[in-house]
Unconditional design. Structure first.
Length: 242
């Protein structure tokens, strides 16, 4: 059985989003639950226990039950959660029951890769426009879209009803691009540039810094090596920590 977000559970589409705000930590786990649930549905399983969902998501079952209670979902004792219904609840809460047009600013290596990624459409997002300032890129076609100039941003946002802007520019250009996005009416920005940007209070920004994530992983790798050495299981010499 394959899960079809537009087909399964049609009677549920117009249920209202929960009125109480969801904690940031819970919000960060909902996409993880959604991925597990969709994989479960595609395997042909119709129900899932909080314990199995917790194990697959890497959290404890009490946290799963607490998180899902914010969606008004409490499962059935001895049965668990209806997978298709829970998928709809999570998608509805995350705003994924509609199509979100996305604009990518900066069509370098990362922007190019994102523009060609076909997995967004299955998750409620559609790359609708690409902008850059490079004369070598403007006018090219990437991922089936024409790369337009950043100067045309207000028109592009209006014509395509863009909901989310994605910044894939060098750090030095990130703030200017963010300012232009805000001026064009965007209120949600995903920032891949290695720079901190300032925006008005009513604009939501999520930052993805790959170098920071790699540095965190480096810490864990070093710690594992130290622990292995302490236990006598080290397989390589440890470099001195400076």
């Amino acid at each position: 059985m394959r899960y079809h977000p537009g087909r399964d559970g049609p009677r549920l589409r117009h249920l209202p989003v929960s009125e109480r705000a969801i904690p940031e930590a819970t919000l960060g786990r909902l996409p993880v639950y959604l991925r597990v649930l969709v994989e479960t549905a595609e395997e042909g399983t119709s129900t899932i226990s909080s314990e199995n969902l917790a194990e697959a998501a890497g959290v404890n079952s009490a946290k799963v039950r607490k998180d899902l209670s914010y969606l008004g979902s409490y499962g059935t004792r001895g049965v668990g959660y209806d997978v298709a219904y829970l998928i709809h609840q999570v998608r509805r809460e995350l705003g994924l029951t509609q199509d979100w047009p996305v604009l990518i600013a900066g069509v370098g290596n990362l922007g190019h890769a994102l523009a060609n990624y076909r997995g967004f459409s299955a998750r409620g997002f559609r790359v609708a426009a690409l902008v850059d300032v490079s004369a070598a890129l403007v006018g090219d076609e990437v991922g089936g879209l024409l790369v337009e100039h950043l100067d045309d941003l207000p028109r592009i946002v209006s014509d395509h009803e863009i909901a989310i802007g994605v910044i894939c520019t060098p750090a030095a250009a990130a703030q200017e691009v963010a300012d232009r996005m805000v001026a064009a009416g965007l209120r949600s920005i995903l920032n891949f540039a290695p720079a901190v940007i300032s925006v008005p209070d009513d604009v939501s920004v999520r930052k993805v810094d790959l170098s920071i994530e790699l540095q965190i992983l480096a810490y864990y790798e070093q710690r594992k090596a130290v622990l292995d050495a302490v236990r006598g299981n080290g397989s390589r010499d440890l470099a001195p920590v400076r």
